[in-house]
Design a protein around this ligand. Sequence first.
Ligand code: FMN
Length: 162
Amino acid sequence: MKLSVVYHSKTGNTKEMAEAIVTGMERVAGVAAKAFPIDGVDEAWIKESCGVVLGSPTYLASVSGETKIWLDNCARKLGLAGKLGGAFATANYVHGGGDLAIRLILDHLMVLGMLTYSGGGAYGKPVIHLGPVAVAGHLEEYRETFELYGERMAKEAAVLFG
Ligand SMILES: Cc1cc2nc3c(=O)[nH]c(=O)nc-3n(C[C@H](O)[C@H](O)[C@H](O)COP(=O)(O)O)c2cc1C
């Protein structure tokens, strides 16, 4: 079962956390996961994926312009309808709007017909309501949560598509 993580990253933080999500996804037996920068996706891999998670740096308490443009112009061509969808963000501040960036991505994924998911509180701690947010300069503190998020997404994909 294939899974994809797509990210926009200018200074590397979002890329690093995308790779942590991939690590967590691959903890689930039978899962092959790959991370792609927004301007270098493997379209064939994404089309064959059961789930796609999209990550953005938080810009002005929202997604980056690059992420919005990708959602508006590129994501529509990837046949995402019916796949599991998730979102994550990085930000400079805990209260800098990462959840709002995630929410915007999830709204778009729903419009594209995806089945959005996070695990919510169903797995207990760490509770991840909408998607994980990592704070720049403290990425190591968030790594395990991102790996767990990837694992939870992959487990759900296996339930739905395995
Ligand atoms: C134009 C711009 C706007 C930003 N706005 C916010 C913001 O509203 N809230 C916040 O917490 N961080 C903000 N940041 C910080 C980035 O979200 C943060 O450094 C992020 O981890 C960068 O991701 P990257 O290394 O993957 O590019 C902003 C950064 C830039 C360049």
